[in-house]
Every structure is written in structure tokens, then in C-alpha cells.
Design a binder for this molecule. Structure first.
Ligand SMILES: CC(=O)SCCNC(=O)CCNC(=O)[C@H](O)C(C)(C)COP(=O)(O)OP(=O)(O)OC[C@H]1O[C@@H](n2cnc3c(N)ncnc32)[C@H](O)[C@@H]1OP(=O)(O)O
Ligand SMILES: O=C(O)CCC(=O)C(=O)O
Ligand SMILES: [Zn+2]
Length: 480
């Protein structure tokens, strides 16, 4: 990787931060670092609920009686909505690998493309049903008896039925009015139920549909025993308040479960999913990396990050969190994209701390600047030091890791030199270590004292020349 600070968005290295410029920090911060208070858990992150509330004042409270933040299911739609991502082509082997990985991660449902889409889609659906996964397998169809007849023959555990209810879709997509939609919905739902499998009814483009039409059709299908109703923000136009209001209103109208499907066109998909759960939704649609039509839907990883922040113990018990990175890499490779640099949890530098003020606090207690614990996701925390924003506390931690013996004034002096060099170019971890070793041996030998800038420059120059000579000798020996 080119010489660049870890937080530069270097397009050549988005998936692999240069950890040679950083120090690894354990869950306790650095060994020997000062703990902050006895109220903290043994790992430096607090475990006591009131402490959790203090860390995150937005964590759910007992008064949130409608909230399902700690009681929800994921309907993972990478193999349905995700297949609608412009770059996606999943062959059978890839679909099976993704389905198995999602199952091992622990999602409750896996949604597959309609078997009416193509012969291969139908046979892949059958093949995934035969895998015997723990997750329930769903397929997603139009509100039409032809699709329903094909779907129930595949061996799925449930069928997700959808039809547009907004005036846009009623006029320009299927051309049907609410009377026809209601009649067909009743027919399809009754048929799927007669086969003894789950059925969900969803209104496409719910947020641009008439509220009376919506509530009326949801009430009708609830009465005939649909398992779930779905709300869909098909164009990604909804904001969290609108999501909260619609789900909460619907919660008062139907007794069945409520699913929500949220597109991310305005970047609201995770926040909207959170609000939907707070308002009483029970099922959230996701896809890995959020892939889907246009910019896609609520991403699995982002949703997990958000819900973990609210209730880490619930989310950890439910899902195999260290698998997240592997699943994202699997899907990223399948659809030929990089994992985005700002991805929650797995993004390049998601757990790398840079500025000196942050580094000091992180080294004392990681909870100061982290709401997610990297070790819960099988990941590692790093502190980057070879840059102009570094501070003496971060440098001291490296001095201690290297087993060098310097006073605080000496560390501050060495830090000033690192900053001077880093004003010209970012220093690698090797550069920082060499400087600290040269500084240390200068102090030990008496050739250097605090503030002797010229002496330090001379020692560094001698060190560089000696290294160059050593490399040349090694090259000659290797060539011989
Ligand atoms: C918002 C969403 O993501 S919804 C899910 C989208 N998923 C898919 O589209 C799955 C992949 N799709 C396909 O393979 C095809 O579109 C098929 C097999 C479903 C249909 O293909 P075709 O018969 O060639 O129709 P086409 O795709 O051109 O148009 C869709 C048809 O379904 C009708 N339709 C659209 N939505 C619905 C609906 N929710 N319920 C019932 N009928 C619908 C349209 O009126 C149109 O009917 P028409 O043939 O009378 O014009
Ligand atoms: O079936 C649903 O609830 C959602 C369908 C869909 O993908 C959408 O409306 O964006
Ligand atoms: Zn969608």
C-alpha cells in the first residue's frame, strides 16, 4: 500500500487499511493504561444497564411499550431484492453459498426471487428449500394466482405477496383499482394459507398511498388470517417520523405481525428501520451491503450495528456477529463491488482511531469513542500514530509496547519529532518504531537529551545511512 495515513480515502486500498502504521489495542485499552472507574465491566466496556443508558441515552427504556428494538426478526432479501441490484447475477452455487452463510449468521428468514421470474429461479428456489436450513425460506410474488400456484409448489415455508397501492402504481404499473386489489389479495392469501404455509401481504409504495385505502386493505387481510402485513417505502421517500407514524397507526389496526421494507434513496433506510421497530414493527427486510434496486435497501450490517448499539446482549445472542465480514465479502465479490469505506462495522478504518485526543482516551477506555466493540465482531481495534495529529499519549503507548524506557518529557520530545516528519509525509509504523529506538538508544548512550534537536537529527541520519548500507550488503549477498 502506498504511504498514506489510514484515514485517507485511498482508492487503491479501501479494503485493507495499512495496519503497519498503527498499533493494536486490546479490549482493556493498553496494558498498564489507567482504567476510568470501578463501575466499568472487566473488559473496559460497561455492562450495568444504567451505565449502558448513560453511554447511550437513546437505548430503549421501559416506557417504550410498543418498541420491538429487542424483539424482531430479519427477513434477509439479498437473494430477492439483492438480485435486483444492477450488478447482480447469482448462479445456483453462489445462491446456495449466500443462503448457507446467512443461515449460519442466524437470520430468521431468507427471501428468494419469484419462481415465476425464470425456470432457473424456480429450480434454485426448490434447491434452497431442500437445504434444510434453520432459517425459514420465503419467496416473493405478485398478487396474482398464477404466481401463487407456482410458488406453493417449490417447498417454501412462506410466500410474500405484493401489489402497488399508490396512485402511481395503480395507474402506471398494474392498472388495477382498490376493489380489484382487495378481491385478488383475498383470493391469493386464502389459497396460500390453504397449503399450510405462511403468507404475507404487502402494499408496494405504501408511503405514497392513500392512508384510508392502506388501512382498509390491511384490516381486510388481517381478518382473513394473513401472518404478516408489509409496509414498503419503495422509492425511499419516507423519513423516520413518517415511518414511526404509519407503523404505529397500523399497529393499532391489525393484530398480525408487521414487516417493513425500506429503500435507501435518501440515506434513511437504517434510521427508518429503527423507527419502525420502535413503533411496533416485528420484521425488517435487509440485504447484505444493502444491495437492491437503485441504491438498495436497509443493509444487514448497518441494521445490526444500530440494533447492537441499542441492546448488545440481545443482538449478540441472536446472531453470529463475527460472520458478518465473511458474508459481506462473499456478496461483494459476487456482485463485483468493494465493501464501502464508511460501512458500519466492516468499513476500512471502522475501528481505527487517529487524533491524539481520541487516542489517549481510547487507550484508557475504548468506550470513550466506540459504541461497538470490535472483538464482538471478530475484529481488532487500531490506533494510528505516525501522523501530524498524533499526541504524546499515543506515542507513549507505543514506547511501552516496544519495551523502551523513556520519561514523559522524553516521549513528548520524540512526539514533536514525529509530528515534524509527519508534516512532510505520513510515517509508517516502522518509521515511528525506528525513530523511537534511535531516540531511546541516544538517551541511553548519553548522546542525546531532551530538546537537542540537532543531535537527534544527526542520530537519525546515521541510522538511515546504516540501514541503507545493510540493505545494499544484503542485496549483494542475495545476488551472489
Ligand atoms: C418493488 C419490487 O421490487 S416488486 C418485485 C419485483 N420483482 C420482479 O419483478 C421479479 C422479476 N420479474 C420478472 O421476472 C417479470 O417481471 C415477471 C415474470 C414477474 C412478469 O413478467 P411479464 O409477464 O413479462 O410482465 P412485465 O414484467 O413486463 O410486467 C409486469 C406485469 O405484472 C403486472 N404487475 C405488476 N405488479 C404486479 C403486482 N404486484 N401484482 C400483480 N400484477 C402485477 C403488470 O401489470 C404487468 O402485467 P401485464 O403483463 O398485464 O402488462
Ligand atoms: O414486498 C414488499 O414488501 C416490498 C417490495 C419491494 O421490493 C418494494 O416495494 O421496494
Ligand atoms: Zn424493494
Amino acid at each position: 500500500m502506498p504511504q498514506c495515513s489510514c484515514s485517507h480515502q485511498n482508492t487503491e486500498s479501501l479494503s485493507a487499511p495499512d495496519k503497519t502504521q498503527m498499533i493494536q489495542v486490546g479490549a482493556n485499552g493498553l496494558s498498564g493504561a489507567k482504567g476510568v472507574s470501578g463501575a466499568n465491566g472487566a473488559n473496559g466496556h460497561s455492562t450495568h444497564p444504567s451505565e449502558a443508558q448513560r453511554r447511550n441515552p437513546y437505548a430503549p427504556r421501559a416506557s417504550d411499550f410498543l418498541s420491538n428494538i429487542s424483539n424482531f426478526s430479519i427477513i434477509e432479501s439479498t437473494l430477492r431484492e439483492g438480485e435486483q441490484f444492477a450488478n447482480a447475477f447469482f448462479d445456483t452455487k453462489t445462491k446456495i453459498a449466500i443462503a448457507k452463510a446467512l443461515d449460519a449468521f442466524g437470520v430468521e428468514y431468507i427471501e428468494l426471487t419469484s419462481p415465476a421470474a425464470s425456470e432457473q429461479s424456480r429450480s434454485d428456489c426448490e434447491a434452497i428449500c431442500k437445504l434444510g436450513l434453520k432459517a425459514k425460506i420465503l419467496t416473493h410474488i405478485r398478487c396474482h394466482m398464477d404466481d401463487a400456484r407456482i410458488a406453493v409448489e417449490t417447498g417454501v415455508d412462506g410466500v410474500d405477496v405484493v401489489i402497488g397501492t399508490s396512485s402511481f402504481l395503480r395507474e402506471f404499473s398494474h392498472g388495477k383499482d382498490m376493489t380489484y386489489i382487495t378481491k385478488t389479495a383475498i383470493e391469493v392469501i386464502t389459497f396460500v394459507k390453504s397449503k399450510g404455509i405462511e403468507v404475507r401481504f404487502s402494499s408496494e409504495d405504501s408511503f405514497r398511498s392513500d392512508l384510508v385505502d392502506l388501512l382498509s386493505i390491511y384490516q381486510t387481510v388481517d381478518k382473513i388470517g394473513v401472518n404478516r402485513v408489509g409496509i414498503a417505502d419503495t422509492v425511499g421517500c419516507a423519513n423516520p417520523r413518517q415511518v414511526y407514524d404509519l407503523v404505529r397507526t397500523l399497529r393499532g389496526v391489525v393484530g398480525c405481525d408487521i414487516e417493513i421494507h425500506l429503500h435507501n434513496d435518501t440515506g434513511m433506510a437504517i434510521a427508518n428501520a429503527y423507527c419502525a421497530l420502535e413503533a411496533g414493527a416485528t420484521h425488517i427486510d435487509t440485504s447484505v451491503l444493502g444491495i437492491g434496486e437503485r441504491v438498495g435497501i436497509t443493509p444487514l450490517g448497518g441494521l445490526v450495528a444500530c440494533l447492537y448499539a441499542a441492546n448488545p446482549e440481545y443482538v449478540k445472542a441472536k446472531y453470529n456477529l463475527p460472520m458478518l465480514r465473511e458474508i459481506e465479502n462473499l456478496v461483494a465479490e459476487a456482485v463485483e463491488v468493494n465493501v464501502p469505506f464508511m460501512n458500519p462495522i466492516t468499513g476500512y478504518c471502522a475501528f481505527t482511531h487517529k487524533a491524539g485526543i481520541h487516542a489517549k482516551a481510547i487507550l484508557n477506555n475504548p468506550s470513550t469513542y466506540e459504541i461497538l466493540k470490535p472483538e464482538d465482531f471478530g475484529l481488532t481495534r487500531y490506533v494510528s500514530i505516525g501522523h501530524r495529529l498524533t499526541g504524546w499519549n499515543a506515542v507513549k503507548s507505543r514506547v511501552e509496547q516496544l519495551g523502551l524506557n523513556l520519561t514523559d518529557d522524553e516521549v513528548k520530545d520524540a512526539t514533536a519529532k514525529i509530528k515534524e516528519l509527519a508534516d512532510v509525509r505520513t510515517q509508517s509504523m516502522d518509521d515511528v518504531d525506528s525513530l523511537l529506538r534511535v531516540y531511546h538508544s541516544g538517551i541511553q548512550s548519553g548522546e542525546l537529551a531532551v530538546g537537542q534537536k540537532e543531535a537527534l537529527d544527526r542520530l537519525l541520519q546515521q541510522h538511515r545511512e546504516a540501514s541503507r548500507e545493510r540493505q545494499q550488503t544484503e542485496a549483494v549477498v542475495a545476488a551472489a
